[in-house]
Design a protein around this ligand. Structure first.
Ligand code: ADP
Ligand code: MG
Length: 688
């Protein structure tokens, strides 16, 4: 008979929770006992510290053991206001105590009796006081004072006491029935506490070091599940044999370049070359900010493969991007007799047939294209290298699909989204990471300004001036169309206005995500070819278009975009020889918006921005992760938990290499939990 599972039971099963409370808790995502146990404190209040009154500092939260030395006096200066006052001493100094609107307290206090008072200290000169301290008779020390209490995030109608009772009672129900998901060998190797202990100590720690210990284990487990879950859903195994390419002299390519590689480019290419000439299959992520020169790295890898008589496939997310890559890559490689062709959704049927035949025969060496390359009937003669330029997408499935077209071809994934190292380890846990952390010299930073509404006229003047000089401009809006609910600029609304007014004599185009693919391509092409002066859009242009003539990026309601997104958008300008500008309309007066705008105006470095982004989201970050389609983290903090993540990666290697999930009975609970999680939470990702 299956055992009744207490963890799956409704929260109403917990003592003290009725209909109304359950409804409030559901707002916090707490529906089952398990949810309650996994609703972790956001902070703690350490009520273990007792001090002498004379030692109290202004502003500290602290407890004292002291006796009342006066009667309790109540006054009612106004209706609805009661004030209780008394005085205590522990022999070192006096402490004034005041409670507001807690009339009942006078019944709990007696002159001459010893109590524990815990609260925030106010010190003015020699005078010490506490307002609304927690009281406990000295004999009860250890209930509300004398211990470390959890602080939970609340919603209206719930108090800390409600939440504490809830977790306390849930822990009682759970007893020692928590199932240990981490096998003992892992726990021993990585010094992780046992599961019962961890849940008890994370909610009601006996000491802060116990809490840290418990937290470490829970964070470890959360990250381990996430990491293993990603690997499992990708179906990519980490260690495979690949093609062993012969080393190739690269100087012919380098000699043709009009520039010298940056040292970051050199280093990254060496990492790629080392992978290619080894027997290990390359699985490498190249991260580099917009304009850091990733394409030439790809070209060099392609050259190396071609000299070894292997074909390469180069895949990008949009047709326009594919054409752009083709135009820059083909002339370079063609000089060495390397045949490059372009294959996209709009390639004519007859030409498609021809290309596919040539690919199959091995007459074409390099195929550049969109996902059309993936169509099942594209057969390669001898595919050795697959490069995916994901920009900032997450095409896990596509990657896996293309790579089976050859016999374990080497894989390079390029991304222009600088993401913090922690996040990239999580997202791309199956890849080795190379970072181009240097821009080519003489690249001019994009001057960025955050402005408010009063600058609007000047901004339009500036657009007209730039267009008069032959340049082009982008204006990005957060919405497609006007909305009743959201007060923000919409692309359609703005276009209507400026076409008739401020930018009347300019050619203004509109592009947004609700348009059909072909329509979008048409407008985009108009802008690329210079038929449009100004392109008003939503964030659809984020994905790597290259229009070197565009020198101005205006972003409406910049406060509505994430920092990394703002940086991506800004990267659409400054791609040619012209001095470029980015103007951020900030309609928010909040501190956090101001800080974010300051970061944008002060740095052009995508890595700095992405770190700050994660930092500003603060502990308990969810969005940084959710933005990438991952399940929300309940306890791990990718900004703080780098050290734990490193251990997790070691554990992942052990588990995957040893194939332990399938072969070792001790890993069964972990494997089951993983499957459950994949079913529930990885929907977004596995569709990608
Ligand atoms: P991204 O990393 O955004 O894909 P690209 O590869 O498109 O960047 O390179 C941007 C521009 O910089 C291209 O015009 C390229 O020729 C040029 N470039 C690349 N590397 C260097 C370098 N080391 N020095 C000068 N210019 C470079
Ligand atoms: Mg690129």
């Amino acid at each position: 008979m299956p055992q009744e599972n207490i963890f799956e039971k409704s929260i109403k099963y917990v003592k003290g929770v009725g209909e109304a409370r359950a409804k409030l808790l559901s707002k916090l995502g707490i529906c089952t006992v398990n949810d309650a146990l996994n609703y972790f404190p956001r902070d703690y209040q350490d009520r273990t510290i007792l001090k002498k009154i004379a030692e109290l500092q202004d502003g500290e939260e602290c407890g004292v053991r002291a006796s009342l030395i006066s009667d309790v006096a109540e006054s009612r200066p106004r209706r609805n206001l009661s004030i209780i006052k008394t005085m205590a001493s522990d022999g070192t100094a006096f402490l004034s105590l005041t409670w507001f609107n807690q009339s009942y307290i006078k019944n709990n206090l007696k002159n001459g009796v010893e109590y524990i008072f815990f609260g925030k200290v106010k010190r003015t000169g020699m005078r010490l006081e506490m307002n609304n301290p927690v009281i406990e008779t000295a004999g009860q020390f250890g209930k509300n004072t004398g211990r470390i209490l959890p602080i939970y995030s609340l919603t209206k109608g719930l108090t800390q006491n409600h939440m504490r009772k809830l977790t306390e009672n849930s822990l009682k129900l759970a007893g020692d029935k928590f199932e240990e998901t981490l096998p003992q060998d892992i726990r021993e190797s990585f010094n992780l506490s046992q599961i019962n202990y961890s849940y008890n100590e994370i909610h009601f720690p006996k000491s802060l070091s116990n809490m840290e210990e418990a937290r470490r284990r829970l964070v470890f487990e959360e990250l381990l599940l996430l990491q293993l879950g990603l690997l499992k859903s990708k179906g990519v195994s980490t260690q495979q044999k690949g093609i062993k390419f012969k080393p190739v002299d690269m100087s012919p390519v380098l000699d043709k370049l009009t520039f010298k590689l940056t040292s970051a480019q050199q280093r990254v290419f060496e990492e790629i070359r080392d992978d290619m000439v080894s027997t290990k299959r390359m699985n490498r992520l190249i991260q580099g900010d917009v304009g850091s020169g990733k394409t030439i790295i790809a070209v060099m890898a392609i050259y190396l493969a071609a000299k070894n008589k292997y074909q390469s496939a180069f895949m990008v997310p949009t047709e326009i991007l594919a054409e752009q890559h083709f135009r820059s890559v083909e002339p370079l490689l063609e000089q060495f007799g390397i045949k490059v062709r372009l294959l996209t959704g709009s390639t004519k049927k007859k030409e498609k047939e021809e290309i596919k035949n040539l690919i199959k025969e091995g007459t074409i060496d390099v195929l550049i294209g969109t996902h059309a390359i993936l169509e099942d009937d594209t057969e390669f003669y001898k595919l050795g290298l697959v490069i995916t330029d994901e920009q900032h997408r997450f095409g896990v499935r596509q990657r896996a699909k293309l790579s089976i077209k050859g016999e374990n071809p080497d894989l390079i994934v390029m991304t222009a989204t600088p993401i913090p190292r922690t996040l990239s380890l999580v997202l791309y846990g199956d890849l080795d990471v190379s970072i181009i952390d240097e821009l080519p010299p003489e690249r001019k930073p994009i001057d960025t300004y955050a402005v408010n509404e009063s600058f609007r006229e000047r901004v339009y003047n500036f657009i007209r001036k730039n267009v008069a000089e032959g340049r082009q401009a982008y204006i990005v809006c957060p919405l497609v169309e006007d909305s009743e609910q959201i007060e923000a600029e919409s692309a359609e609304g703005l276009v209507e206005r400026i076409r008739d007014n401020e930018l009347k004599n300019l050619k203004v185009g509109l592009i947004h995500g609700k348009m059909k693919g072909a329509e979008k391509e048409k407008v985009m092409r108009g802008f690329v070819n210079g038929q449009l002066d100004v392109l008003v859009s939503t964030t659809v242009i984020e994905v790597g278009v290259n229009v070197p003539n565009a020198s101005l990026m205006v972003i409406e309601n910049a406060e509505r975009f994430g920092l990394s997104q703002l940086h991506q958008l800004r990267g659409r300008v400054g791609r040619g020889k012209y001095k470029s500008y980015c103007i951020l309309f900030n309609q928010s007066k909040s501190d956090i918006s101001k800080q974010r705008m300051d970061i944008m105006t002060n740095t052009n470095d995508g890595f700095v921005i992405s770190e700050k982004d994660l930092e500003l989201r603060g502990p308990g970050d969810v969005f940084g992760v959710r933005q990438h389609g991952l399940p929300e983290l309940k306890i791990a903090n990718l900004y703080r938990d780098m050290e734990i993540l490193k251990d997790v990666q070691k554990a992942v290697k052990l588990i995957i290499h040893g194939n332990l999930l399938l072969t070792d009975a001790r890993y069964k609970p972990l494997d089951e939990k993983l499957d459950k999680m994949l079913k529930e939470k990885f929907k977004d990702i596995s569709m990608n």
